[in-house]
Design a binder for this molecule. Sequence first.
Ligand code: NAD
Ligand code: ZN
Ligand code: ZN
Length: 347
Amino acid sequence: MKALQYTRVGSHPEVVEIEKPSPGPGQVLLKVTAAGVCHSDEYVMSLSEEEYTAAGYPLPLTLGHEGAGIVDELGEGVEHLAVGDAVAVYGPWGCGRCHNCSQGKENYCTNAQAEGIKPPGLGAPGSMAEYMIVDDARHLVPLGDLDPVENVSLTDAGLTPYHAIKNSLPKLGAGTYAVVIGTGGLGHVAIQILRALSGAQVIALDINDEKLELAREVGAHHTVISDESAADAIREITGGLGANAVFDFVGANPTIATAVAVAAAEADVTIVGIGGGTAHVGFGSVAFDAAIRVPYWGTRGELIEVLDLARAGQVGVEIQTYSLDDGPKAYEALAAGTIRGRAVIVP
Ligand code: NAD
Ligand code: ZN
Ligand code: ZN
């Protein structure tokens, strides 16, 4: 079968021919229907040889941590699933037994590292292939009549902002302000989730005018170019008080500085982007009682909730599709900043 793999540190992803896997006991083989392209893949492929090895990534690595498919074959002992079922893959695989996993918070599994459990596409073979193995039926959520290509990115570009926003909802009642920095794959879904679940006015920031146009289309009340004057613009929009929650989907030093600068008293500053930046935190440099959070992905229950939001028509992903053969082009477009919404590979 064909797969899109990262084969050498410093190389570009390439389409290769590999053996079609078969499911072991408890595993599920999916015929992949869609695989989303995330900026985190670019981050992984930007690591030096030393960093890559230290992080425990294998080579070759079949990419793709957003996946959807049709159940093709069930391993021994798998129940409650049938060949032909349409499913989405819950990506942050955990052990299923620890205290966090028992609450569906497999994204914070306390055994994953020691047991070498890795998400598909970020260690285990991912969804950018004709077929993929899912290690446990627990990691599949029924798609029902949701279109897999339109919705596959909800498994990360939807789930990650959903998890981040849900924790800040008590601070986002009527009359409040939420800031979304970076309105790409995750950010443009974040805006819709904020509109669906909160009473906040949404202020979106990006460096790119076309991304800000998309932000307005999906529901942002205000858009601001992300530069040194952005914090002043946000202060003005919020009547001098600042924002009650800031979600930074870039996570670089300048965006984190803006995020902290515009936080109101008791605000949440949530850094989702892996842009290598750090926050300067201390008395006088952050608003009183503001909290800084660094979440990772989301819970199994939240994935079910995000798919329900899509089913209700409250959230949708703007997509651009590529064939598996053209997969490398999707990554080139992502690096060039020309993807509107999310790139999705359709094998
Ligand atoms: P993306 O490339 O689709 O979107 C990033 C957006 O940020 C683009 O629209 C870009 O124009 C904009 N941008 C770049 N520099 C900016 C700046 N200085 N100010 C404002 N906007 C700027 O990326 P994505 O796939 O949405 O991922 C976003 C980030 O989130 C990445 O760093 C990714 O690695 C990270 N991520 C984290 C998690 C997590 O669990 N914490 C999960 C998924 C992705
Ligand atoms: Zn991702
Ligand atoms: Zn666990």
